[in-house]
Write a protein of this length. Structure first.
Length: 573
């Protein structure tokens, strides 16, 4: 059976890799893959090559590092018994349930199949961690440690189900684990205090870092802590061996533990087939909810009323705006509350407080969100062409031009994003003006800044939304999600390319307005003493130019939308 299970696992891996490689025939996936690989190279792998050329400069996982890793592993092994899942279900795919559960194989063989299938992600994770983060570590040691820990967690899942059958539910297990962890904390505290560590570190010279590390490491090697950390230390040393001999010795111990965990799991006599079917169904429903949320079909507040009543005399543009605004409020109202509520509470406390430091912190956080919202909010409120292009046949049937359609699609998210931006700017101004004079933030409380920020807030948000909708219309394959979600470095490359393109186009849009704004601001300060009224009048042409650019962009996107062919441009999405 091991040979058959290994064949199924390897063939599934091969088919998955081949499907990913065949997908690279499409330019969007090929360019994304190149961008993702370039990102991985510049962020991680080039340091590996440089480290191999000049010598190993990774962190030294010896001594105190091994001890700390052992403590973490011990906490994870104990804490696994406090997890809420106690039905004993193991996640299988629909095909595995259909073919393996009725097959003439035992539960032990099913567990063995599950363990073999788990080795593929374990091997990939071990390779990535060994290459990127811990270059001194051994890939084989990482794989052994992670593989046996996965067997242990499988055993604990079945053990929790067995305890549930015996009448020990989640609350008793949680209490027992908390008591055990508290006892361990007290035990290690006593060991450190009895070893005289505090006095030794107090008398230690700052330049003697090696001596301080050895002093901290010494209590872990006393008899009682060493016995308590014996099993976790096997995993830690196997993952970070000092040499090949140490890898063989501790690796053999880890393999022996894995064999013991497997036989204990098979002896627990837990009927996991029905629970596995339920767990797999729950996983599929969770994945479907995630896909629905990304596609805009998941509604958080189904009973939220519409913001206004749609009248028969309203045209299709108002109907599209009404539909998107209602959908945004019902789908993303939680995001609106999450962003706005903390700042309203902080602003109220800042107004009531007499401490300038608290008011300065609130104002700084609000200013940071003002700068970030135009970048992240268009991705949160996606109720525009990015969702509606999947129903392009319906959009094409509306008696409305492409230009008006694009403007109507952008109106609802622009209203929400601009409202959030204006609320945060207003709160910042109120908090800073009521907090008294603060030299470091006085500029952001001045009327000049408030006037300029309010004039540019809505056009910048509109420019961001225009860029997002333009990508959806000019490159629909990049904006509309396919039936099978892209993962891995290809998805990373897609996000990086979209982000880079967004920043470049936004810079091009803002450059003419900035060229017009800077001389006007200089003249307002030079000849009119920085008057707020004059500054507003001088800033208006720059804001008007940015609005004209947005209007011209809407015309271009609308013309491209009129040229889209629903049959040919969207047949593969």
């Amino acid at each position: 059976m091991i040979r058959i299970f290994a064949f199924i696992t390897l063939r599934s891996l091969k088919n998955r890799l081949m499907s990913r490689l065949r997908r690279l025939k499409e330019p969007r996936y090929l360019v994304s893959a190149i961008a993702g690989l370039a990102y991985l190279w510049f962020m991680s792998f080039r340091y590996i090559v440089r480290g191999a050329a000049v010598g190993n400069r990774s962190i030294v996982m010896a001594g105190i590092g091994i001890d700390m890793a052992s403590v973490v592993i011990l906490v994870l092994m104990i804490g696994a018994w406090a997890l809420p899942g106690d039905k004993g279900g193991l996640e299988f795919s629909e095909a595995e349930i259909q073919f393996l559960f009725p097959a003439p194989i035992s539960r032990r063989q099913l567990l063995l199949y599950k363990i073999i299938r788990m080795q593929v992600p374990v091997l990939i994770s071990s390779a990535i961690i060994a290459l990127i983060n811990f270059r001194r570590s051994n890939f084989l040691g990482f794989w052994l440690a992670f593989a046996v820990l996965s067997i242990y967690f499988l055993m604990t899942a079945l053990g929790r189900a067995r305890l549930r059958v015996a009448g020990i539910g989640f609350i008793p297990r949680l209490v027992a684990v908390v008591i055990v962890l508290a006892a361990l904390s007290w035990f290690f505290t006593v060991q450190f205090e009895s070893s005289g560590l505090s006095a030794a570190l107090r008398d230690m010279r700052p330049s003697d870092a090696a001596g301080a590390i050895s002093k901290v490491d010494a209590p872990f090697h006393r008899y009682a802590p060493a016995m308590l950390l014996f099993i976790p230390r096997l995993f830690a040393v196997a993952a970070f061996p000092a040499g090949f001999a140490q890898l063989l010795a501790h690796g053999a111990g880890v393999i022996a533990l894995g064999t013991l965990f497997f036989f204990v799991a098979t002896r627990l006599n837990v009927s996991f087939e029905e629970a596995s079917i339920a767990a797999s169904q729950t996983r599929m429903e969770r994945s479907q909810r995630l896909r629905d949320r990304r596609a805009g079909r998941w509604v958080a507040f189904k009973r939220m009323p519409a913001p206004f009543t749609l009248q028969p005399r309203f045209g299709p543009a108002v109907a599209i705006f009404w539909k998107n605004l209602t959908a945004a409020l019902r789908i993303s109202a939680a995001w609106i509350l999450l962003i706005a509520t903390p700042f309203v509470v902080l602003a109220a406390k800042s107004i009531a407080s007499t401490q300038p430091f608290f008011s300065a912190g609130t104002a700084t956080l609000a200013l940071f969100m003002c700068a970030v919202i135009p970048l992240i909010a268009p991705d949160i409120f996606r109720q525009d062409l990015r969702f509606d292009l999947t129903h392009i046949e319906l959009l094409k049937s509306y008696p409305i031009s492409g230009e008006r359609l694009v403007a109507a699609e952008m109106a609802a998210p622009l209203l929400i994003v601009a409202a959030l931006e204006l609320v945060l700017l207003t709160l910042t101004a109120v908090v800073l003006n009521l907090a008294g004079p603060m030299r470091s933030l006085s500029f952001f409380a001045s009327p000049n800044f408030i006037v300029v920020a309010l004039l540019f807030a809505i056009p910048i948000c509109g420019a961001q939304l225009l860029i997002r909708n333009a990508v959806a219309v000019f490159f629909p394959a990049w904006a509309v999600r396919s039936k099978e979600d892209v993962r891995g470095f290809v998805a990373t490359g897609q996000r990086l390319l979209v982000l880079a393109g967004n920043l470049i186009v936004l810079a091009v849009l803002l450059l003419p307005a900035a060229i017009l704004f800077l001389p006007a601001q200089w003249m307002a300060h030079r000849y009119f003493g920085g008057s707020s009224l004059v500054l507003a009048l001088a800033t208006t042409p720059s804001a008007a130019l940015l609005i004209f650019e947005i209007y011209f962009g809407i015309q271009l996107v609308g013309a491209q939308f009129d040229r889209l062919d629903a049959a040919n441009d969207f047949d593969k999405l």
